[in-house]
Design a protein around this ligand. Structure first.
Ligand SMILES: *Cc1c(COP(=O)(O)O)cnc(C)c1O
Length: 389
């Protein structure tokens, strides 16, 4: 079976992990700050706060921006549930902005209209979480302009987009946002097994997130209220969590980071080959990548217009029977039962819902071979043609 995504672990990665296992530190040693500064420097961000998942990073990012009861957060319905759950962890309420069906990203026109309406009703969001879907950065210039106009904060959910670029700047530079979050789950671009990082250029946000990831506890004299009782002394100054990344994960992350550009070049080459193969087919429509964006191609997605759910399901099943693990990203968050219980319903976000009926995720990872790509493309073209004719 050709999987839809696969981690890429080499001998250097294994050496880095094994060396750490036999070192003095397994948990809070020197490798976590080393990974943080390596990735911050790669992205041109001032600070990186490594945590045990992107989900944790989204949670502490919201808390650092003072999201709490009575606040409203908006995100994209075309994402993993964690993009929305983080607001609910903080006691805030969540709402969704519909997508541009051609890119799968939050639609800036829909956002503009929704903000104007919310402004009239006095229910503007405190934070908006754009998701760089499949690795393509959102239209951050426009979103940042709206943030200025309506005074909301921005957390980029860049779980798919480490190494992606937007108008020449690297995602994670936070040029257009307050905080940017990455995931290092094995299906993503680089892996630390479980892991994530929050990037920011704002010292106050970095300090807050560091406290939140580790119980709200500190031994930094500038943070503590009393003078140290002695060398053992620390203070809990807020309510935090145990969201720390460990040194083994960080060692793997630093080793993976040295290969990031290569991984992304290879993913782009896979995408180019697929798109060439599908160029002649009138039904198979790859997601559009904007000129402003260099996608990290976490996912390769095509749309096939006017499929019935039954046809879509059969198509994915048949591909899997033939050894191609096709997938579907994403079920719109607002139609999940938990979100339906909160009052969201089918029909609320027509583009995300239509997209969900038409989309299909094909395998993409750096070592996917040309003959595998051609086999996948041939198989899909044959199946779609027989469906449509
Ligand atoms: C994977 C993913 C997450 C969660 O990442 P974890 O590191 O597994 O917590 C959040 N948002 C998006 C868009 C993702 O794809």
């Amino acid at each position: 079976m050709i999987p839809y995504g696969r981690q890429n672990i080499d001998d250097a990665d294994i050496d880095a992990v094994v060396k750490t296992l036999t070192s003095d530190w397994l948990t809070q040693g020197p490798r976590v700050p080393a990974f943080e500064s390596a990735l911050a420097s790669y992205c041109d961000a001032k600070f990186g706060i490594a945590v045990n998942s992107a989900t944790s990073a989204l949670h502490i990012a919201c808390l650092a921006l003072d999201v709490g009861a009575g606040d409203i957060v908006w995100t994209s319905p075309n994402s993993f549930v964690a993009s929305a759950n983080c607001a609910l962890y903080c006691g805030a309420s969540i709402d969704f902005v519909d997508i541009d069906i051609n890119t799968g990203n939050m639609c800036v026109d829909a956002l503009t209209i929704k903000l104007a309406e919310a402004d009239k009703k006095n229910c503007l969001p405190k934070v908006i979480i754009p998701v760089h879907f499949a690795g393509q950065p959102c239209d951050m210039v426009q979103i940042a302009k709206l943030a200025e106009q309506y005074q909301f904060k921005i957390i980029e959910d860049a779980s798919h987009a480490v190494g992606a670029k937007y108008l020449g700047s690297t995602v994670g530079s936070c040029q257009y946002s307050d905080i940017c979050v990455f995931s290092f789950h094995p299906v993503k671009i680089i892996t630390t097994m479980e892991g994530g990082m929050a990037m920011t250029n704002q010292q106050a946000l970095a300090d807050k997130m560091r406290l939140l990831r580790s119980h709200g506890v500190s031994n930094d004299p500038s943070v503590m209220r009393s003078k140290a009782h002695g060398p053992w002394y620390y203070e809990q100054v807020g309510l935090g969590f145990n969201y720390r990344m460990n040194d083994i994960e960080a060692a793997l992350g630093s080793s993976q980071l040295t290969k990031l550009d290569d991984f992304i070049a290879k993913r782009n080459a896979v995408a180019v080959r697929y798109s060439e193969r599908f160029a002649e087919n009138e039904w198979i429509t790859p997601l559009v990548v904007d000129d402003a964006a260099y996608s990290s191609f976490h996912l390769y997605i095509v749309r096939i217009p006017e499929l019935t759910q039954q046809q879509q399901s059969k198509l994915i099943e048949t591909l899997r029977d033939k050894g191609i693990f096709a997938h579907l990203h994403y079920i719109p968050i607002h139609i999940q039962p938990y979100y339906a219980d909160l009052g969201f319903k089918a029909g609320d976000l027509p583009n995300a819902e239509r997209y969900y009926c038409e989309a299909l995720t094909l395998p993409i990872f750096p070592n996917l071979t040309t003959s595998q790509i051609d086999f996948i493309a041939d198989t899909l073209i044959l199946l779609v043609n027989s469906l449509k004719r």
